[in-house]
Design a protein around this ligand. Structure first.
Ligand code: 5GP
Ligand code: MG
Ligand code: MG
Length: 187
């Protein structure tokens, strides 16, 4: 059997694992201060935010609860459709809760703009966002982030939860794949 290593598909690394962990810990320390005396409901937007959520909550020092929501935007491609579908909903009532959304990346902003509106409609007391990555070059909808991990250039990235066609979520850094992978010449 041929041995395939995901590292072989990487063109270049954008953010190392150590940088990511350090930054998430900084954000968690700040959020622990900002939410002191409260018990936020931390919402993980599946599946991309799973690694960030995990690191983030383990570094929070305040009481909190977590829940998960699965939204679809991209499908298998690399450009946003702007149409949001709920694949799996929360099990928690957000009414009167301080909600902190954890998201992998803000690109056009459509997903988060929709989600913030939806949670407010459901009666959340406050809705804030922590996005690990932000691509400001492509914003078409205005989204206010309370915490940002890293601002990145307009490149399609994978790793630390982010996928290309459902693969590469297990990479422990943020990277750009070789062009042949996106073009479907190798898989
Ligand atoms: P938006 O609605 O802001 O355009 O896109 C949000 C979603 O699109 C993200 O949560 C993520 O799932 C996906 N996305 C946007 N840019 C990238 C990217 O560079 N790489 C990957 N893997 N997904 C992205
Ligand atoms: Mg996402
Ligand atoms: Mg995706």
């Amino acid at each position: 059997m041929q041995i395939v290593d995901v590292q072989d598909k990487i063109d270049h690394e954008l953010i190392s694992h150590d940088q990511i962990v350090k930054r998430i810990n900084e954000v968690a320390a700040q959020a622990s201060k900002d939410y002191a005396g409260k018990k936020p409901l931390v919402i993980c937007v599946l599946k991309g935010a799973i690694q960030t959520l995990s690191r983030f909550v383990s570094a929070l020092t305040i009481p909190m609860e977590m829940d998960f929501m699965s939204l679809s935007t991209y499908g298998a491609g690399t450009s946003s459709s702007g149409k949001i579908t709920v694949r799996a909903d929360l099990t928690t009532d957000v009414k009167d809760r301080d909600v902190l959304i954890v998201e992998d990346i803000v690109d056009s902003g459509f997903t988060l703009n929709w989600l913030v509106g939806e949670l407010k409609k459901r009666g959340a007391k406050s809705v804030e966002i922590f996005a690990l990555l932000e691509k400001p070059a492509r914003h078409t909808v205005d989204v206010k982030l309370k915490y940002t991990g890293f601002v990145i250039p307009d490149e399609f990235v994978v790793g630390f939860g982010l996928d290309f066609d459902e693969e590469y979520r297990n990479l422990n850094s943020i990277a750009v794949l070789k062009p042949e992978v996106y073009e479907g010449e190798i898989s």
